[in-house]
Design a protein. Structure first.
Length: 552
């Protein structure tokens, strides 16, 4: 190498180093290099492709001097060349338009490319991409040019890696702030729609992308349901189901997926729809609630881009924040529905209790009222608020019911149902009550609550008393008829005999005595007739404590 060549290379090296040190964004570094090298190295075009560690493919990072058709070809170079690059060795080729496959040969010939120098871009002995210098004139790259280009590629690798690290650090700070803001926003609302809208609007804005979608798994069908989107057309969103796309399957398994070129990646199904929508790259991340994946969040870019680790971490973290917020919102919704259901059940139960005609109450094991129905409230002339929590024993101070007879006390003592009938004086009238108590047992088998039903059986008691009176009356009537019948037989015989004797008597004294006897016998007959016609009686005092019956 001549002194002049060394000075030229040094000048180029210094200029590239200066250019790459002036910018910090790795995309700007790549754009600066590919736009500057053609003039500096006397070549017609330059490209930088970066290695996608996930797929093992080299994706376009930046280019200059070449058509889109040429850059979009499927095969970059021969398998032998790619193996050499991956092993860290440069490859120089001349007359490339004559030694390639027929399909690539047409592209290369139309592009006019004749010579290519392919250089691995290394950083810390690891390949991160490739730099390609292309000429439209036949050119043999010398050993010195290749050696110098390798040194240049190493500087490019350092510049790209440094800018990547700086960008990563800068992004991490920005993303941390953004995550905090998103977390604050989504956790400030329990409205699921508001949570979804916040996430799909903020994430693409933070990453400089076109749009974002959130799809959640349906528990019944295990299918993904689109619940929110931003920046995308209705036609694109309605293109079809996405569960079977490999990028979605990977996200549902818990792993984020970055796709550089959706048009050439077999993990994408709807390539035509994405082309119409202008989508170039996609980042799919799982939405988790704890350890459970509940959906997929997809960020869509309208320019080709390799999502950096910090960008992927940011998206994953934001999706996790969203997952927690979604779980909280769902939990709140479930709790709200549960409370509404409980309130509805309470109203239904209260309506049923209020329709029960007997008085009903429930006490706890401390004998405090925890439930009363309307009938009891009306009887005691107290409101529900006045009764709930009050002492059970204080309700029955005016009732003739001793503590040892109280059915609630018996249930609490024995754990078995009990009943008791007692009377109470209300407004100078005697009222009879039948009280039935039943236990409600807790998990430990002990009485936790007691249900008491109180029935007013005054009418029943009166009816029973009337029935008893009727039985007594019937017995007295039957007894009176029987006595009258038994008296009538000898009475009529005695009366007939007396009347015959009266006719045979001659002395007036005897005749008067017999008349008195006949009169008394007839009076007895009137009495027996009254006894047979008896329909009722009244008890009245006679002599001392003796009572006699007065017939009606």
């Amino acid at each position: 190498m001549t002194l002049m060549q060394e000075q030229k290379y040094l000048k180029v090296f210094q200029k590239v180093t200066k250019l790459t040190s002036m910018v910090l964004d790795h995309q700007q570094v790549m754009d600066t290099i590919v736009n500057s090298l053609p003039d500096l190295m006397a070549v017609d075009a330059a490209t930088i492709r970066l290695l996608d560690a996930e797929t093992g493919q080299f994706v376009m990072g930046s280019s200059h001097g070449l058509s889109v058709e040429y850059l979009s070809r499927i095969t970059i170079d021969t398998d032998e060349t790619m193996e050499m690059i991956l092993s860290g060795h440069p490859v120089a080729k001349t007359d490339v338009d004559q030694v390639v496959t027929s399909h690539d040969q047409e592209l290369i010939q139309s592009e006019g490319v004749k010579s290519i120098l392919t250089l691995p871009i290394l950083f810390q002995d690891s390949i991160i991409g490739m730099l390609r210098l292309l000429t439209r004139d036949k050119r043999l790259f010398t050993a010195d040019e290749i050696s110098f280009s390798m040194a240049l590629a190493e500087q490019v690798g350092i510049a790209i890696s440094n800018s990547r690290m700086f960008t990563e650090m800068e992004n991490q700070v920005d993303f941390m702030k953004e995550v905090q803001e998103i977390s604050t926003l989504v956790n400030s609302s329990l409205d699921l729609s508001a949570v979804f809208d916040t996430i799909v609007e903020r994430l693409p804005l933070s990453l400089g992308c076109k749009g974002c979608t959130i799809r959640l798994l349906k528990a019944q069908s295990n299918q993904l349901e689109l619940v929110a989107s931003h920046g995308l057309s209705e036609n694109y969103l309605k293109r079809g189901r996405v569960e079977n796309e490999k990028n979605v399957e990977a996200a549902l398994s818990g792993s984020p997926v970055s796709i550089y070129d959706v048009s050439r990646d077999d993990r994408i199904f709807y390539k035509n729809n994405m082309e119409e929508e202008g989508i170039k790259s996609i980042l799919s991340v799982p939405i988790k609630a704890g350890q459970e994946v509940i959906g997929v969040l997809r960020i869509l870019s309208d320019v080709h881009r390799c999502f950096s680790s910090s960008e992927m971490n940011f998206a994953v973290t934001a999706a996790e924040v969203g997952g927690v917020a979604i779980r909280n919102a769902r939990t709140y919704l479930q709790i709200t529905l549960l409370f509404n259901q409980i309130e509805e059940n309470e109203r239904f139960l209260a309506n049923i209790l209020d329709c029960i005609r007997p008085q009903l109450l429930v006490v706890d094991h401390n004998k405090h009222l925890i439930l009363v129905n309307k009938v009891l409230q009306n009887v005691l002339n107290l409101s529900e608020n006045e009764l709930l929590g009050s002492d059970y024993d204080g309700l029955w101070q005016d009732h003739d019911c001793d503590a040892e007879d109280c059915p609630v006390n018996k249930v609490l003592a024995t754990g078995e149902s009990a009943a008791y009938t007692h009377k109470a004086v209300q407004q100078e009238e005697t009222v009879w009550y039948e009280r039935t108590a039943s236990p409600m047992l807790g998990p430990d088998g002990k009485v936790e609550f007691v249900i008491e039903v109180i029935r007013d059986i005054t009418a029943k008691q009166q009816l029973e008393q009337e029935q008893l009176e009727r039985v007594k009356l019937q017995g007295v009537i039957e007894l009176a008829g029987t006595v009258a019948h038994e008296i009538n037989s000898p009475l009529f015989a005695a009366l007939g005999t007396a009347q015959l004797l009266e006719e045979d008597l001659e002395q007036q004294e005897f005749i008067d005595d017999m008349s008195t006897i006949i009169r008394n016998l007839k009076q007895i007959g009137v009495l027996t007739k009254k006894m047979t016609a008896m329909t009722g009686f009244e008890s009245r005092d006679y002599v001392g404590d003796t009572k006699i019956v007065e017939m009606r």
